[in-house]
Design a protein around this ligand. Structure first.
Ligand code: CP
Ligand code: NVA
Length: 298
């Protein structure tokens, strides 16, 4: 089983992963932690930079008794002549899991097709399912339930798309406010519709905030979009999350934050959920790895 996007999990499996994350977190805080992935290895292919995804996976594997191998753009033959499918086949002979951060979503799909071990999407242009796992854990921690109204104010790409699917799989109520032309993809909306709970969509950030318990934003110029910077800064005018926009609601941000663009410095220096989200990436991914290994509850 792979996690190319969050809806590769059935809703019950998603809850099981979150519960396992909770269980491992509690075990690591209150007793001598178990090492259910002793001697197991995670290969981490990264085509783009990362702070949270890389370090949370690597640390998580260490805590679980396993090991992680970081494979950056110049570390392996991938991108230098060896096809992705051959990389997938060979890595599968060595390691127990592969995570991959890629520019093109089709690449993580191909990796999953040819690997014989679980492939976990560590961010593509289309999806960020590991972020959604950490976000759902954070919301559950804060509110004690996923029946929470979240206003997304920002771009309709990877982070918001996986969140929209995660919301459709749970009780989360999501409103997505994007500038016109930056909405979530039709294919993502259709999958959410098929699950019976598409997000509410608007191009008016103010209307998204009505009734929201939490406000969530992401950078406007995603990795790989640097040549679209001028166009995007103009398009996202009016979408900045300020203290006035936020009011007394908590902010969620997947990070990294670009202060002065999607969020102000004052908001980032205030009280928000972004550091908890970052920590929960590790707990959620530990839950996922142990669940994928069939070692949950061990
Ligand atoms: N949120 C997130 O994935 O952060 P990194 O780019 O630092 O991994
Ligand atoms: N949308 C951002 C998310 C970073 C975690 C990007 O793709 O760069």
């Amino acid at each position: 089983m792979d996690l190319v996007d969050i809806d590769d999990l059935a809703p019950g499996e998603l809850h099981a992963v979150l519960d396992e994350a909770d269980r491992l977190r509690t075990a690591s805080e209150t007793s001598s932690p178990t090492k259910p992935l002793r001697d197991q290895t995670l290969a981490m292919i990264f085509e783009k930079p990362s702070t949270r995804t890389r370090v949370s996976f690597e640390t998580g594997m260490t805590q679980l008794g396993g090991h992680a191998v970081f494979l950056g753009p110049d570390d392996i033959h991938l991108g230098h002549g060896e096809p992705l499918r051959d990389t997938a086949r060979v890595l599968s002979r060595y390691v127990d899991f592969i995570t991959a951060r890629v520019f093109d979503h089709a690449d993580v799909v191909e990796l999953a097709e040819y690997a014989t071990v679980p492939v976990i999407n560590g961010l593509s242009d289309q999806a960020h399912p590991c972020q959604t796992l950490g976000d759902l854990l954070t919301i559950r921690d804060r509110f004690g339930t996923l029946d929470v109204d979240v206003a997304w104010v920002g771009d309709g790409n990877n982070v918001s798309q996986s969140l929209a699917l995660g919301a459709a799989m749970t009780d989360l109520e999501l409103t997505v406010a994007t500038p016109s032309g930056y909405e979530i993809d039709d294919s993502v909306r259709e999958r959410a519709v098929e699950m019976g709970a598409p997000p509410t969509e608007t191009t008016d950030p103010g209307s998204a905030l009505t009734g929201a318990d939490v406000v969530y934003t992401d950078i406007w110029v995603s990795m790989g979009e640097e040549d679209r910077r001028a166009e995007k800064l103009q398009a996202f005018e009016g979408f900045q999350v300020t203290r006035a926009v936020l009011g007394d609601r908590p902010l969620m941000h997947c990070l990294p934050a670009h202060r002065g663009e999607e969020v102000t410095d004052a908001v980032m220096e205030g009280d928000h959920l972004a550091w908890d989200q970052a920590e929960n990436r590790m707990h959620a991914q530990k839950g996922l790895l142990v669940w994928l290994a069939g070692a949950a509850g061990a």
